[in-house]
Design a protein. Structure first.
Length: 268
């Protein structure tokens, strides 16, 4: 384990988060240019993305605060007890699509569908580095294990306070990061080499399935939500189920975009 705090208040968690955000926008620019996205539309998407990320971080804190309040109403509502990715993803996605439909739809018509398959690649690379940051912070840790995969976090980490010194836990942060890098590679290949248009639906389905099952070996309690389901398991089910309508919505939008491009060529 590397030390969490390095110097001048800088830590590896923050470095990984910033690295992920930077790579998110690098992927957005590079991939968009490779598939021929209009530069002015890309500028709009980039600005909208900055806003969405800021809103997403706020929602991730609000979501966790709500979970904590539901579990212990007497403790009151607070934004100081951590963040949750799925809450941030939902808030950020909501902000992004609202921003597009309010400020960009009239000017850029149906162009959102042109870039939709690139967006999961951006999310995946940022999330993968974010989970490495979680590993350095010691949060989002797994259940105790005697397996050779187990990791002993240093004193001062959350798992140390919960289980004591010398107890190995599953490094679920690294498991998730590994999965996210694989899915980033797959979605990148599909959009760049196969011109695949359904990456968003694939992302919702794939990450939803993975997140649901990895919750069984995570041990950083975020409280129960519905029955025995953790909050993340509930929203994972929502993600998987929503992948189906997203697929058909994408298919319909692609049909409209195709007709629009045909009309543009005929009018030239």
């Amino acid at each position: 384990m590397y030390p969490y705090d390095l110097f001048w208040g800088i830590n590896l968690y923050g470095i990984m988060i910033v690295t992920g955000v930077i790579l998110c926008f690098i992927v957005l620019k590079v991939y968009s240019k490779k598939i021929g996205i209009d530069s002015k539309f890309l500028d709009f998407i980039e600005l909208n993305g900055y806003i969405a990320i800021a809103v997403g971080f706020f929602f991730s804190a609000v979501w966790q605060g709500l979970y904590d309040y539901i579990e212990n109403p007497a403790g009151g509502f607070s934004l100081s007890n951590g963040i949750t990715f799925i809450g941030g993803l939902m808030g950020g996605a909501l902000s992004f699509f609202v921003g597009y439909f309010v400020f960009g739809r009239k000017k850029y018509s149906n162009k959102l569908i042109d870039i939709l398959s690139v967006l999961p690649c951006c999310i995946l690379i940022a999330h993968a580095f974010g989970r490495i940051g979680c590993f350095f912070a010691g949060c989002c840790y797994g259940a105790p294990t005697d397996s050779w995969l187990g990791v002993v976090f240093p004193s001062g980490s959350p798992s140390y306070y919960e289980y004591g010194a010398g107890v190995a836990v599953y490094p679920t942060q690294l498991f998730e990061s590994f999965f996210l890098f694989i899915m980033f590679g797959l979605t990148s290949y599909l959009v760049l080499k196969k011109k695949f248009k359904y990456n968003f639906s694939l992302y919702l389905f794939g990450y939803g399935i993975f997140r649901f099952f990895i919750e069984y070996i995570r041990a950083d309690d975020r409280g129960a939500f519905i029955g025995s389901l953790s909050p993340s398991q509930f929203w994972s089910i929502v993600m998987v189920l929503s992948s189906v309508p997203v697929y058909f919505i994408t298919k319909k939008a692609l049909g409209k975009r195709k007709l629009e491009l045909i009309n543009e060529k005929e009018n030239k």
